[in-house]
Design a protein around this ligand. Structure first.
Ligand code: SF4
Length: 301
C-alpha cells in the first residue's frame, strides 16, 4: 500500500499524471500501484525502461515521477521518492553468515532493509560480535550504494570482515573493491551466503590495467543518466590523456553495453558512469574498460 504521505505529495504536486519508475525486482507490482494511484484520482503511466538506481531518473512531460525502491540521490523537481521498505527479517541472514565472520563486523545493507537492520545487529552482538557501521557521502548509517561505499571505506582496517545483507551482486563487490577486506554477502530472501576474499577484485583491476597498457586511443564514456553524468571528470581525463600524447573521444550514451561500444575504433574505454559497468561486467567487453582512477597509471610520465 502506498504511504499516505506519498499520495498526498503526488496529489499536491498539481499534476494528475504520474510516471512510475521501478527497479526490475518490483516491476511485478506495477499494476497494483497503478490501481491505487487511479483510486486517488491520479493517471499512472509506468516507465518500461530498466531502472538501475536512484541515479537513473526518467521524466515525462507534464507528469510527476514516482521513483520507487531507492533513496534520493539527485536534486530534481517533479520527483517523489518512495523507498519501499521491506518487512523481511534480517536476523536469519545474519545467522547464516555468522560462521564466516571475524569478531569485528562492518554491517551494511540497502535502503529497503534499513528498517530491519538493527535485528541483524542485535543478533550479531548477542553472538559475541562487535558491530560497526557508518554513513556514506549521500547515504545513512548502514546504507550502501555501489557508487557510494564511503561508509565502508571509513571502516577499512577497523573491522575483521564486512557483512552485506541484501539482494544483488554489486553492493558487496563494491565493498570488496574499495576496501580490499573480506566481505560476506547474505541474501535475506534466499538465505544464500557468499564470501568475497580480499585481493580478488584488486587482481581483476590489475588485469584490466595490463590489458590497457599499450592503448593510444581512448573512448571516455559519459552517461546521460542524471545521477551518473559527469562532464567535469570526463573533461579532466580527456585533457590529461591528450597531454600524455594519447587520443580521446568523448562518447555520450544512456545504457552502456558491450555491443554499443563495439563500433568505436579506440583501444580502451574509461567509464565515468556507474562503477558496476567496470567492476562487475568488465569481462563481457571486447576491449579493456577502466574506471577513471584505474586509468591514472596511463598518465604517469
Ligand atoms: S551509479 Fe550505479 S551504483 Fe550508483 S546508484 Fe546508480 S546504478 Fe546504483
Amino acid at each position: 500500500m502506498i504511504p499516505k504521505s506519498i499520495i498526498k505529495a503526488l496529489v499536491g504536486s498539481g499534476k494528475s499524471r504520474v510516471l512510475i519508475q521501478l527497479p526490475e525486482g518490483l516491476k511485478a507490482k506495477s499494476l497494483e500501484i497503478a490501481d491505487e494511484l487511479r483510486e486517488n484520482g491520479l493517471e499512472p503511466v509506468v516507465s518500461g525502461d530498466v531502472c538501475f538506481g536512484a541515479c537513473d531518473l526518467k521524466f515525462l512531460k507534464g507528469a510527476t515521477t514516482l521513483h520507487i525502491g531507492h533513496s534520493k540521490m539527485v536534486d530534481a523537481s517533479n520527483v517523489i521518492y518512495w523507498e519501499y521498505p521491506y518487512s523481511q527479517s534480517l536476523a536469519p541472514a545474519a545467522e547464516k553468515a555468522l560462521p564466516l565472520l571475524g569478531r569485528r563486523v562492518g554491517l551494511f545493507t540497502t535502503v529497503q532493509h534499513l528498517g530491519k537492520i538493527r535485528e541483524a545487529r542485535e543478533f550479531l552482538e548477542s553472538h559475541g560480535k562487535e558491530v560497526l557501521t557508518a554513513a556514506g557521502r549521500a547515504t545513512r548509517e548502514y546504507q550502501l550504494l555501489g557508487c557510494d561505499a564511503a561508509g565502508a571505506i571509513s571502516l577499512k582496517g577497523k573491522v575483521d570482515s564486512f557483512l552485506y545483507i541484501g539482494g544483488g551482486r554489486f553492493h558487496p563487490l563494491a565493498i570488496a573493491y574499495y576496501t580490499n577486506e573480506p566481505v560476506v554477502a547474505a541474501d535475506p530472501f534466499s538465505l544464500k551466503v557468499e564470501t568475497i576474499p580480499p585481493g580478488k577484485l584488486q587482481k581483476e583491476k590489475a588485469l584490466r590495467q595490463t590489458k590497457a597498457m599499450g592503448a593510444q586511443g581512448f573512448g571516455i564514456v559519459v552517461s546521460t543518466k542524471p545521477g551518473q553524468e559527469n562532464w567535469g571528470l570526463a573533461g579532466k581525463l580527456k585533457g590529461k590523456l591528450e597531454a600524455a600524447g594519447k587520443r580521446a573521444l568523448l562518447i555520450y550514451m544512456e545504457n552502456i553495453t558491450p555491443d554499443l561500444l563495439l563500433p568505436y575504433a579506440v583501444d580502451a574505454f574509461i567509464i565515468t558512469a556507474c562503477p558496476r559497468i567496470v567492476i562487475d561486467d568488465w569481462k563481457n567487453y571486447k576491449r579493456p574498460v577502466l574506471l577513471p582512477d584505474e586509468a591514472s597509471f596511463l598518465l604517469k610520465p
